[in-house]
Design a protein around this ligand. Structure first.
Ligand SMILES: Nc1ncnc2c1ncn2[C@@H]1O[C@H](COP(=O)(O)OP(=O)(O)OP(=O)(O)O)[C@@H](O)[C@H]1O
Ligand SMILES: [Mg+2]
Length: 510
């Protein structure tokens, strides 16, 4: 008998059917992958199982018995837990305090926290979580925070863990760790539902998988009996290739440069140290590095969100000691920020407005202070078609778009302004394989047309497929800049880990 069975689940949002008559069964002790294009209905379905949404039709059974799940509290009482993409942790509290907080009820007394810490240690060693209850969350890496979210659910006795794109922000080694944790969970009889766009990962851990398309189940497979290309075809309905044709171009003039750029936090921590970079026309400069090595700060300083402590920025022929976001944009700068929900968009505003944020004030969108709705809608409709943003209409708010479609909207807005330079941080995070293929094509087209791109990505394959030169960033410094022809995953991995790999062409001693 399956642990969880969804029978005929249908969920509508107005005229849109996000889930259509979905039937799926999850066994005890299995890792079940849930795949599908951006907007296919994966998160909606899991939000129903976790009690965040109510289905319009269908039923949920646990151990063969029909259940009603009206809230996450109901779900947890039935042994169902969910880890969201955006963690819900208090940064300046310890791991144990965060877990105690999630348990609710009792006051956070020292003795209670002591008990919680003890139980975390047991769970941690049982499942290989490697958590220290005394660590303060803000000082820990993304992978650790994710394991804190997992321990919160295990503490409350979850037997089924739902993970919505758990690896979008993880580096290779962090993913290795997570997959080992998932294996030990299922070895102990627990079950995992794992939403992902990354087929390599799916093949590394999952037993079975279900593919959704346009809200319906279009395939169910035993992972060992299918192939990546078969699954990709099921997802997007055609063949997909992520191998882009990368032809080199002679670079043109430098568009964005920095000299001696440094950033020291108010608490004295050095975030960026003496960064010299230049991004030229017809060129993609990739920045490879483990998350949290200053990439975010570099983007903030280059786009005028933060003032550097030293150094200067040259943009479009002008020299800036400090730059405002308006000056960055005014000088032809565009940015796809890493955190689209906070800095890229206004989530509560309509998609159409988000597709133009920057030129609200100018004709044809506004004349003498009056917005021209028709022009705004036309503009939005053109970008929605061009970038394949899946949505019911330009009038819906950003919050109702699926994660991947929000990302497409930000990219569409930024590139539609024909910028001179684009800073793109994790531009394909959360995108499905078909959408990634389209983004790669677009970035290369932009570069071929003379665009300059600074590409920050934790995906080494992405950097190696797109960049012309690659700078490896470690602890706020550029460790080395290499030509893509001299780079491979292994060399980048070594440099990112802070090791001194041999220079190309230099004989290795011994
Ligand atoms: N609250 C809502 N109101 C209206 N429409 C919604 C709402 N939530 C989701 N949708 C729509 O339902 C569809 C399915 O969205 P969902 O978030 O489940 O997709 P997904 O498969 O998780 O995609 P992604 O891979 O991009 O995360 C999308 O078209 C989305 O726009
Ligand atoms: Mg989703």
């Amino acid at each position: 008998m399956p642990l969880l069975r969804l029978v005929g689940i249908t969920k509508r949002f107005g005229a849109l059917t996000a889930n259509s008559d979905i039937t799926v069964a999850i066994s005890r002790g299995e890792i079940h992958g849930l795949l599908g294009e951006n907007g296919a209905g994966k998160t909606t379905l899991m939000n129903i199982v976790y009690g965040l949404l109510q289905p319009d039709e269908g039923r949920i059974e646990i151990d063969g018995k029909p259940v009603t799940i009206k809230s996450p509290r109901d779900a947890l009482a039935l042994g169902v837990g969910m880890v969201h993409q955006h963690f819900m942790l208090v940064p300046d509290m310890t791991v144990a305090e965060n877990v105690a907080l999630a348990l609710g009820g009792r006051r956070l007394s020292r003795s209670h926290i002591g008990e919680v810490a003890e139980r975390i240690r047991e769970l941690s060693s049982g499942y290989g979580l490697e958590l220290d209850p005394a660590d303060v969350v803000e000082n820990t890496a993304v992978g650790v925070r994710q394991r804190v979210e997992i321990v919160k659910l295990l503490y409350r006795g979850a037997g089924l863990l739902i993970m919505d794109e758990p690896t979008a922000a993880l580096t290779g080694p962090e993913w290795q760790h997570l997959s080992a944790v998932l294996r030990s969970l299922v070895a102990a009889g627990k079950s995992v539902i794992f939403i992902t766009h990354k087929l390599d990962e799916l093949f590394g851990v999952a037993d079975r998988c279900t593919v959704l398309r346009d809200g319906s189940v279009v395939g169910e497979s035993v992972v060992a009996e299918t192939t990546k290309s078969e699954l990709a075809r099921q997802m997007v309905g055609r063949d997909v290739s992520l191998r882009v044709k990368h032809t080199r171009r002679a670079p043109g003039a430098a568009v964005l440069e920095s000299r001696g750029l440094s950033l020291v936090d108010p608490d004295g921590r050095e975030r960026l140290t003496q960064i010299d970079l230049n991004v030229r026309e017809h060129e993609i400069l990739g920045i490879a590095g483990v998350d949290g090595n200053g990439q975010r700060e570099l983007v903030e300083v280059l786009t005028g969100m933060r003032e550097p402590s030293a150094g200067e920025i040259l943009l479009g022929g002008r020299r800036f000691q400090k730059l405002t976001p308006q000056e960055y944009k005014g000088s032809g700068g565009a940015v796809v920020p890493e955190d689209r929900q906070h800095t890229g968009t206004v989530m509560t505003m309509p998609l159409a407005d988000n597709l133009l944020l920057k030129d609200f004030a100018s004709p044809p969108f506004s004349r003498r202070g009056v917005l021209n709705r028709a022009a705004i809608t036309d503009h939005a409709q053109a970008l929605i078609a061009e970038y394949d943003i899946r949505c019911p209409s330009p009038a819906v708010t950003m919050t109702t778009l699926s994660g991947g479609n929000q990302q497409k909207a930000v990219l569409a807005r930024e590139l539609s302004h024909h910028p001179r330079v684009l800073i793109a941080a994790q531009p394909t995070r959360g995108l499905d394989v078909g959408a990634i293929e389209a983004v790669y094509r677009r970035l290369l087209e932009y570069r071929d047309a003379g665009g300059a791109i600074l590409l920050l990505s934790i995906e080494l394959d992405e950097i190696l497929s797109l960049a012309d030169r690659i700078a490896v960033m470690v602890a706020g410094r550029f460790k080395r800049t290499i030509d893509v022809d001299d780079a491979d995953t292994q060399l980048l991995g070594l440099l990112m880990a802070g090791e001194d790999a041999p220079q190309p062409g230099t004989p290795v001693a011994g």
